[in-house]
Design a protein around this ligand. Structure first.
Ligand SMILES: Cc1cc2nc3c(=O)[nH]c(=O)nc-3n(C[C@H](O)[C@H](O)[C@H](O)COP(=O)(O)O)c2cc1C
Length: 160
């Protein structure tokens, strides 16, 4: 299977999670492309909270396209109990997924299932096929074993 692993991260936790998924996919013989979703400009905390709370997106450094592969992996943080503006803009720019499988991981101090559901809804609206999603706690990312277990579980469900 060919996969695009797209992530947004400021302090590195979501990057670690995305790389754990990327590693797991490669170990299982899949080919991957790791893509960092970069905002055009750095966001201050006030702007980050404001945009998240009021469902605003933010300009990205480029227009990101998802490869023709069979799997999209999306990893990003919850901000202010909402979808962060970078993930929101990436979702808005997505072209039709044509039934592609998706792994959607939303990371935060506590699990925010509402954010997972909102992203899943948008993924479905863009033509996603099977979606495997998780609200991941940051403390699980801090434990290499737990992070690897989250990655292994998500990948095995997505590719089965
Ligand atoms: C502006 C802002 C708002 C946040 N709001 C929440 C929140 O509502 N709930 C939560 O569990 N974590 C919240 N967090 C924690 C982030 O989810 C956490 O910083 C992120 O997942 C770590 O990502 P990174 O290291 O990849 O940047 C917030 C972080 C920031 C910067």
């Amino acid at each position: 299977m060919q996969a695009t692993v797209a992530y947004f991260s400021v302090s590195g936790k979501n990057e670690q999670m995305a790389k754990a998924i990327d590693r797991e996919l490669r170990e299982k013989g899949h080919s991957t492309e790791l893509v960092y979703l970069k905002p055009a400009r750095a966001m201050g905390v006030i702007s980050a909270v404001f945009r998240s709370v009021f469902s605003r997106s933010v300009e990205l450094a480029e227009h990101y396209t998802v490869s023709d592969g069979e799997l999209l992996v999306l990893v990003g943080p919850v901000w202010a109990s909402s979808v962060n503006p970078v993930t929101r803009e990436f979702l808005a720019q997505l072209s039709d997924l044509g039934g592609k499988r998706v792994i959607n991981l939303v990371c935060g101090f506590s699990p925010h299932e509402n954010v997972v559901r909102e992203i899943n809804k948008q993924l479905k609206a863009h033509g996603a096929g099977k979606i495997v999603s998780r609200a991941v706690r940051l403390r699980d990312i801090d434990s290499p074993d737990k992070m690897a277990a989250v990655a292994a579980d998500a990948v095995s469900q997505a590719v089965s």
